[in-house]
Each structure stands twice: as C-alpha cells, then as structure tokens.
Write a protein that binds this ligand. Structure first.
Ligand code: SF4
Ligand code: SF4
Length: 648
C-alpha cells in the first residue's frame, strides 16, 4: 500500500481510501454485517487506514457498521472521516449529529469532520459569519471531539479556490476523474497551500468501472483495465492524497489494492494520454468549448451536454455507459426541432442541428432510419397549441416521407398536414402544426408514424406543456407513473394532482390541487415533511430557460404543514400563499406579481419557465415519492432547463 501525508494534519493515510457508502444491504434495509465487517477487517490487513462515511450512507447504517467492525482496533490505526450535512438546521440538531456520529463510530474523536457537500454559497450563508456552523466546528475541535475541520465539495473550480484560500479547511473531498477534470486548477492551489485532497468518484461513479479498448490504447497499454487507468490517473496528480473507492466485495478490494500499490502514471505518461485525448477529440469529435452561447435553445435542447457525452463516447469508447449517459440527458439531441436559432450564436461555427442528428444516430438506440419530433412552440388560445413538427432523415439516401400523427387524450390536429417534400441524405424539414386540446391535459402524447420508400419508423412522444390564459384558469394533469412514487402502484393510484394556471395584468396565479389520502396529507400535524417545490423562470428572452439562478429565476418551497414559503435565494417576494383543505386532500394557491421579477410596466412575456416537484412523505416524514411536472429525470436538484408555460 502507498501512503501520503495530509500536510496540514500530519496524518499518514493510505492512498486507497475506503468509501463506506456501497456496502451490500440486507433484506431488512440494513447493511449485511456478515459481508461488510470481514471486508473492513481485510482492508485494514491490506494497510488501508482511511475510512470515509457520512450520516446518511447506507440508510444511515454505515457509521454503525464501521463502529462495530473497529470497536477492538487500536484507534491510532484508523483515520476516520465522517460528514454533517445539517447546515441549515438549528445548532442543537447539528451538534446532536456530531454526538451521534461519535456514538455510532464508537470513538471519542473524529479525525476529519466534514461539512457535507458544500459550495461557496452554503459556506457564506450557513457556515461563515457570527451564527455560522463554523463556530460549532471550532467548539468541537476545542473540546477534542474532532481533530480537523474539513468539507466535501460540489461547486465550480473558482469557488474551490476561494474555499481553499479561506484557510479554514485542512482537507477537502472533491470529485475528480478522467472524465471530470474541471477542478484541476483547484488541485494546484490545494498543493500550494498544503490543503489535503481526497477524491471521491475516481472511477466516475462507475462509468470507468467497465472495460474499454480505447482507454487502454490511450494509456499506451500502461494500464491493464479501465479502473486501473482511472485510479492511476487520479493518484498521478500531485495535489491528490487519497482516492476513495466505494467497495462492496473482497474482489473489488483486492483489485484496488493491486492497482494502488503500483506507481501512479508518470508525468510523461499523463502528457501522452492528454495528447492522445486531444487528438481524438479534434479529429473525430465536436470542438465544443461548453461556452453556452448557443443556449437557451427555444426547444430546450441541452446542446453542450449532448456534445460532451458524444465526445466522451468517441474518446473513451465506454459504449454501454455512454448510451446510459445520453439517455439521462434531460433534453437530448432528438428534441432538436431544427429551428436553426443556435447556429449564428456558436463561435466555433459548429453545425449544431446536423451534429445533433449524428449524435442521435450514434447514441439513441431508438433512432431508426427516420426520426421525428413534435414540440410545443407557443399557445394561440387556451385550447390551441402551436407545435413544430420536424422530420429527420438519419440515413445516407434521400427520402420522400409521409407522416401520420396519432394523438392521445382527445387532442386533435387543427390545420392541414405538413408536406415535407424530399429530405436530403441526413437532412431535415419542419412545419408548424396547430393542435386542439381538451381541458385538463398537460402533456401531448402519441405516436409519429413516418414512412419513406422501404423505410419506416414509429416514434412515441410525450411532451409536457402548460398554458396560462388571461382570466379563466386552465387545468393541467401531469402524466405520472408508479415510478414517480418509488415504484409503488398503490401510492400512485392513491395520489393525483392537477395544476391550474391563469394570469391577470399584475399577477401569475398557480394552484395545485393535490388529491391524496396519505395519512401525512390528511392530518395536518403530520404534514411537516411534505413540500411542493415550484420553479419559476420569468427572465426575458434570450435568457429564458438558460441555466442558473439570476434575477427572474426562483425556486420556492411551499410547505404543506404551515403557511411557510421559502425561496432558494432568500429574497422577499410580494406573494400570497394559501392552503385549503379539501375532501380529497389539499389545495395550494400561490400568486406571484410579475413586478417582482420584471421591471414594472414591462409587457407580459409570451412564455415563462415553470416546473414543480412534489415530495410526498408518509406520516413519519419519510419521502415516498416525488411526482414531477414534466416527467423529466434529474429533478432532485434544480431543473437546468425549465418547461415552458405559454401565456395567452
Ligand atoms: S436548431 Fe435545434 S438545437 Fe439549435 S436552437 Fe433550434 S431546436 Fe435548438
Ligand atoms: S456555442 Fe458552440 S461551442 Fe459554445 S456551447 Fe454551444 S455548441 Fe458548444
């Protein structure tokens, strides 16, 4: 085992750290001790001495298991690191987590105590300052309960450098791997200042856990496997002290010990690896710098993210992982409606729609010879949606296509069919289509059937939309599935919600009608864990839909247990919030003045961004579902691109 010294702490730590978040779980929802405890003992025998855990890992059982495994081990053989994520909680609660960690870990002190998952924003708002949690950290250190103040970090490189330069932290745990190198300048700064760096996710959350010929070749066959290349790459950075691996089997442990006992890549090997990566990117990939100038796409396509995944596929050839990564992009290449609005904005002159077609043909397993999209574009009336219908030829032959559109839920086409003419090889064509909507539907669902010569494709689609009429509210029912309720058919059947929207000159009115017999919703004293998250983007085009929290973008938390509304930014708003108990559940009414987001008297926008997510909790406050308007993935955190709500 190779060791490294965490300079500010003087601690000698194994370069392979044991991440205690992936133990095998038993059927009772707790860690299977019969596997985890021998595994931890074996790691100690191999010389691993760095163990990283946190309050919530493994259903909040990870710390207990570590405590049980090491109860009889001399304390100086271990470096224990755990985390406290209760940044916003009252001081007593934060402190009780610390005492709980000491109890569970069966120790009188923690070597490294981390603020869990912070960035600059959390640091300045909740940790620093007269009432910040740093005071508690210092108190714990003064009392000998912790030895070193540390944090785990998720934010930009500039903010990592700012955090290092505060001088507060002895060790910082960050994400870093072959696929994610954004924080490299921060690693340099950590090295200059003697700040220890522990790397989580050295194998890219498992993406580098599979084999790839391309990666072996990139390393000039210096590594025998992708995980070996990944770990030796991370440890080659002189700013890195420990690479954590979440291990669950002895085989994984033995393989990691073998790899980390080898020397990391040399500087020359890293240089040649970098040269090879650049060569592949510039010869075959898309030279996208992720500057974001092309955003927002009026149809929501996350252009740089599609290019990033495609480039990674070309460079690293992790095909199975790349297909998965592509499928997890919220707005994929297939959503491109070929409007051309991005073309002039790209400084690299990338032919964006054509490249997106190529990406679709490469990474979308559902893409056939022909692809088609039907995308909401604007509202002409409360019951009339203007959409853009686009047909793409993904093959090298010209096509003369016919298209049939099957709409569900009573939606119907209100104008003449679009004539696509002849599609050039790998070309595309679009037209506008008006769709008449019955009241209540909140998603355009159906199938596009495209035929050309001897080729055909059937493309199912599901497009959430919202219309905000002046005057009478319009109802929207989101398309939910049992997956929105942790897979439970029973909870799904018992929970419905609708969104009613309207506006007047001054205000936007949003109403959620939640029909749920859940005990947690039916009995107000138990509602404390239940919250509706509402995301509003009222910026002016061209910023509408672009990522980030700026003026005009806000996330509200509507609490179901009392009349509290919190905003993510902590700004104050002239909003009203009412909760009305109903026979079937609860109705939440919120109204927001446009003037809070836009200069007074400015004309109303044609579209705004609107999303909501409802966290369903049971009476014990445990989350048992998160139905989300728009059925998109990744909405546990802020939506990167908002659903458009059209004002008429
Ligand atoms: S061409 Fe495609 S990606 Fe570009 S702005 Fe239009 S819809 Fe978006
Ligand atoms: S403008 Fe061009 S280079 Fe910049 S993110 Fe968009 S596609 Fe990439």
């Amino acid at each position: 085992m190779n060791y490294s010294t965490l300079e500010k702490t003087g601690l000698r730590v194994s370069q392979l750290g044991f991440g205690c978040m992936r133990f095998v779980m038993g059927p009772n929802g707790q860690v299977d001790r019969s596997l985890a405890i021998p595994l931890l003992h074996r790691a100690l025998e191999f010389g691993v001495n760095y163990f990283d855990t946190a309050v919530g890992y493994c259903n909040a059982d990870s710390q207990r298991v570590l405590g049980e495994a090491f109860a009889q081990v001399p304390r100086d053989r271990l470096v224990l690191s755990t985390k406290n994520g209760f940044h916003e909680a009252p001081a007593e609660e934060w402190w009780s987590r610390l005492i709980e960690s000491l109890t569970f870990l069966q120790t009188d002190h923690l070597d490294l105590y981390n603020f869990h998952g912070i960035g600059w924003d959390i640091f300045t708002r909740f940790l620093d300052g007269p009432d910040g949690k740093l005071k508690l950290m210092q108190k714990a250190k003064d009392q000998g309960l912790i030895r070193h103040i540390c944090c785990s970090f998720h934010d930009s490189c500039d903010n990592l450098i700012k955090l290092i330069d505060t001088g507060v932290f002895d060790v910082i745990t960050i994400q870093y791997n072959l696929l994610y190198r954004d924080l490299e300048k921060g690693l340099d700064r950590a090295r200059e200042t003697g700040t220890g760096i522990v790397v989580m996710g050295p194998v890219g959350g498992g993406r580098l856990g599979v084999d790839s010929d391309k990666i072996r070749k990139l390393t000039g066959n210096a590594a025998q496997s992708t995980p070996e290349a990944a770990l030796r790459f991370v440890l080659a950075n002189p700013g890195v002290n420990v690479a954590l691996s979440g291990m669950s089997t002895t085989a994984m442990l033995e393989e990691n010990v073998r790899i980390t006992s080898r020397p990391p890549f040399t500087a020359a090997e890293i240089q040649s690896l970098q040269g090879e990566i650049n060569r592949v990117k510039s010869s075959a990939g898309v030279y996208c710098t992720a500057c974001g100038y092309c955003l927002p796409c009026p149809f929501g396509v996350d252009i740089p993210e599609n290019f990033r995944v495609y480039n990674e596929h070309l460079v690293y050839g992790l095909t199975e992982q790349d297909l998965k990564a592509y499928s997890q992009i919220v707005h994929r290449a297939g959503d491109c409606a070929e409007c051309g609005a991005c073309l002039a904005k790209c400084p690299q002159k990338i032919p964006i729609p054509a490249m997106l077609r190529k990406i679709m043909a490469t990474l979308d397993p559902q893409a056939g010879p022909l692809a088609a999209t039907l995308t909401p574009h604007s509202a002409l009336a409360a019951d009339l949606l203007q959409t853009r219908l686009t047909l793409k030829n993904l093959e090298a032959e010209p096509a003369h296509p016919e298209i049939k559109i099957h709409l569900e839920q009573g939606a119907s086409i209100a104008n003449a069919p679009v004539d696509f003419g002849v599609l050039a090889p790998q070309g595309s064509s679009s037209g506008l289509l008006k769709i008449r909507l019955p009241d209540g539907i909140g998603s355009l669902d159906g199938t596009l059937e495209a035929r050309a010569e001897n080729r055909s494709a059937e493309i199912p689609f599901s497009r959430p939309f919202l219309i905000i009429p002046r005057g009478t509210p319009r109802r929207h029912r989101p398309q939910l599935t049992p997956a929105d309720f942790n897979g439970s058919e029973a909870v799904f059947n018992a929970n419905k919600y609708e969104i009613l929207l309207h506006s007047d000159e001054e205000r936007l009115h949003i109403e959620f009608d939640i029909q749920s017999p859940l005990e947690g919703l039916a009995h107000p004293p138990n509602l404390n864990g239940a919250v509706m998250e509402l995301y509003v983007d009222l910026r002016l085009p061209p910023k509408l839909g672009a990522p980030g929290y700026e003026d005009g973008v806000e996330q509200f938390f509507l609490y179901l247990g009392d009349d509290t509304v919190k905003s993510k930014s902590d700004r104050s708003y002239d909003l009203t919030y009412r909760r009305i108990p109903t026979a079937a559940g609860i109705r939440l009414q919120i109204s927001l003045p446009f003037a809070n987001f836009r200069p007074p008297g400015s004309p109303l926008p044609k579209a705004i961004g609107l999303d909501c997510m409802f966290q369903v909790c049971n009476a014990a406050g445990q989350n048992i579902g998160h139905p989300t308007y728009g059925r998109r993935q990744g909405l546990w955190s802020n939506p990167k691109l908002f659903n458009r709500a059209f004002l008429v």
